[in-house]
Structure formats: structure tokens, C-alpha cells
Ligand binder design. Sequence first.
Ligand SMILES: NC(=O)c1ccc[n+]([C@@H]2O[C@H](COP(=O)([O-])OP(=O)(O)OC[C@H]3O[C@@H](n4cnc5c(N)ncnc54)[C@H](O)[C@@H]3O)[C@@H](O)[C@H]2O)c1
Length: 438
Amino acid sequence: MNISIFGLGYVGAVSLACLARDGHRVFGVDIDPHKLALIRSGKSPIVEEGIQELMAQVISSGRATVTDQVSEALRETDLSFICVGTPSSYNGSQDQGALLSIARQFGEALKNKDRHHVFIFRSTVVPGTVEELLVPLIEQQSGKKRNVDFSVGFQPEFLREGSSIKDYDKPPFTIIGTDSDRATEVLKDLFGHLPCQFNRTSIRTAEMVKYCCNNFHALKITFANEVARLCEPLKVNPFEVMELVCQDKQLNISTAYLRPGFAFGGSCLPKDLRATMYMAKNHDIDLPLTGSMLPSNRVHIDHAINKVLSLGSRKVALVGLAFKPGTDDLRESPLVTLAERLLGKGVNLAVYDGEVHLSRLLGANKRYIEEHIPHIGELLRPTLEEVVAHADVLILGSGDKQVHAELKPLLKAQHKLIDLAPLKDISDLPCQYLGLAW
Ligand SMILES: NC(=O)c1ccc[n+]([C@@H]2O[C@H](COP(=O)([O-])OP(=O)(O)OC[C@H]3O[C@@H](n4cnc5c(N)ncnc54)[C@H](O)[C@@H]3O)[C@@H](O)[C@H]2O)c1
């Protein structure tokens, strides 16, 4: 293929060298004359294992050339990767100056091109940037139309500095965000052979995935470092602890707990987080990440309350009360907190939870309810039909599939369903649906 690469920093230089190595004809474009001169002489502008040799090889082969002329690069190629920098501005926002400038130049250059062109943005960008900022700029400047004269996509880059050539050849996955079959096919030809899953999604999702991956990596590093800081005064070996933690591939290093939903609760997580923070306080250890978890969890409950109150109806039903399905355990259930907070706001609340109702009848949970949450106990109804009939707004807190199946036929057009569960399939719901944060 004839490919142009805009921005020859870490991402662009590695892509240029690897694509040319794989037999493609590659045009590199940058505004920095020193970088262009270095590459022209067969030298790499970045320090990376294997890049100097590879750059010398692809430049001498003639398959890679560089220029500062955007129009020349677009004329000579049918596919462009855009890898210009998107650094932080002074206030933390993303500086998109280089991207905006290059999109304008693409528009100008496209005016004089009569072949279709595919633009794949690889710079990390805030979700919405490609479709709301860059595509309109290209269309305005060129007078041409997306998906007619040109296609766009966003492909997040996952290489790590220090091992970027290895990462290029063995990425964790390939993600291409696009609405264009043409762009997808081109990228499949280029990257479909790599030993990883090839995923197609929307542009916005692909843009967001990149932030989530980087933030998740930062979260993991910070977590392990907080574990170490707490282990030190406790005379525990943090390496041994984390090695054992990582052995659990069912709950720890797995997809468990990574699906968005409602707040956590129950008899263990909140209590153990509190005890951890107390240990840290006792030893004068600062753990900002661990200390932020309970406050963040409370914000999630606040979010649910705001959503319910924003609907303006006072007749509300809560389906589910225990902290997870298949249990009658009400200790520190976030649904109990939600119910209490809604009551405090004057909401006329009815509650259904089959397990809690049954255990109360059997006497198992009777004492807990009577001693700790008598005001909630009074709101419990014996059947789902009763709570649905009571309410305009239904809050689905239970994750129990059986409850979901029983609830669906009872819903009517006038109901508003706030889903905390969350439901996997909402296609056949007869009522208005509101996800908690989706
Ligand atoms: N460095 C990484 O490991 C890495 C990994 C994944 C994603 N990313 C993302 O990829 C993007 C590029 O990162 P990088 O580290 O390669 O950046 P970099 O700062 O090393 O390189 C950016 C290059 O773009 C050039 N440039 C700026 N304006 C230009 C223009 N108008 N036309 C042509 N070239 C222009 C600059 O001269 C520079 O050479 C960023 O959005 C970054 O967040 C980086």
C-alpha cells in the first residue's frame, strides 16, 4: 500500500519503520526539519531497541521517504495515519492545535485529489474529537464528503516506549473505530495478520478505550504502590502479597467487577476498606487512592438519587434490596442506603425483594430489619405486581435474571424504569428506560 504518516515522534517513527519493513511504500510527514533531516539520513529521531537498524534499512531500501509537504503526501498515498502530539495544556485539557492545523491542511489538499482517501487518527484524543472537530474541518476546507470522497477512523495506539517495535508486532488487540467498511477492510489488510483480536467499533468508543486503558494502567500501578506503602510499617513483604493477589485469576486478574453497574456494598468491602484506612492512619501512611473508594461509591449512590428525583414523580418502587442477588444480606446494602435517602426526600416508596421477604417470614432476617431498618421493613411488599402497580418510577436494583423475566411483562408504557442492575437486553421493554450512567 501507499501510506502517509503525519507526526514522526514515537508513534509515527515506529509505524513508518515497521510499515516500510513489511513492504509498504511509506511517506513520513513532520514539521520539524531536524527530524526530517535525521530520518532522511537513515537515522531514527527516537531511541528504541532495534529502531536505528530498521530505520537505516527502510530508508536505504527507498520504501520510506519523508517530506514536510502535506499535499504531496496525500497525492502519493491512499491511506494516512495521523500521529501528531496531543500534549496537556496548562489547565489539563488536551492541546489539539497540531491536529486542527493538520485537518485544515488535509481539507486543502483533498480539493485537488480525485481518488478516495482514508484518514486514520492514531493520536490520543478526547471522545468526539474526530467526528465533531476534525471531520467538519476536512469537509469545510475541501468541500468534499465523508464516506463519499474520504473515510475516517480512529485506531488507538498501544505501543509502549522502550518496547515499541515488539508491541507493534504483538499488540494486546487491534481496535478500529469507524463507520466505514472501506476503512475497515484497508486496516484488516494491514493488521489482520497480527496475533490478536481485530475489533471494529464506533469512533467514540475507540477514542474512549484509549483513555480507559491508560487510566487503568495508572490505577494498577498506584494500587500496587499503595499496598507497598501500607505493607512497610506492617512488616509485610509487598512483593509476596501482590504475587499472591495476582494468582487469583477468578476474581482479581479477570473481568470480574469490571462491568459498570451500581455501587458496591455488603458485609465485607466497606468494612475492610474502613479498617485499611484506619491501619494507614495509625501508621501515618497516606493512601489517596484507597481512601477515595468509599467516597466515590457514595457519589454513585448520589447519582442514582439525582436520577430518580429528576423524573419528578413521588411514586417510586425499588426492586431488590439485598446487596446482591440470591442473598438476603442487608448489611451495608447500597440499595438500603438508596431507599433511606429517597425516603428522606419525601418519596412514596414501595420495596420488593423476594429473598428478603421470605427470610423475614422465616424469621431469619426479621430481627435485623426490625432493629436496624424498621422504616424500610414497613415498605416491603410481598409481590412484584404490588410494587409495580404502586409506582410511576421503578428502580431495578436486583441483578437476578428471574426477577428481570418476571418484571418485564408487568411493565406498562407509563412506567419509567431506572436500571441499576444493569439489564443485558432492553430491546423489548414497553416502558421508558433510563440507565444509571449509560
Ligand atoms: N509515545 C507513546 O508511547 C504513545 C503511545 C500511544 C499513543 N500515543 C499518542 O500518540 C500521539 C503521538 O505521540 P508521540 O509520543 O509519538 O508524540 P511526539 O511528541 O513524540 O511526536 C509528535 C510529532 O508530531 C509532529 N507534529 C506536530 N505538528 C505537526 C503537524 N502539523 N504536521 C506534522 N507533524 C506534526 C511533531 O513535530 C512531532 O515529531 C499522542 O497523541 C500520544 O498521546 C503515544
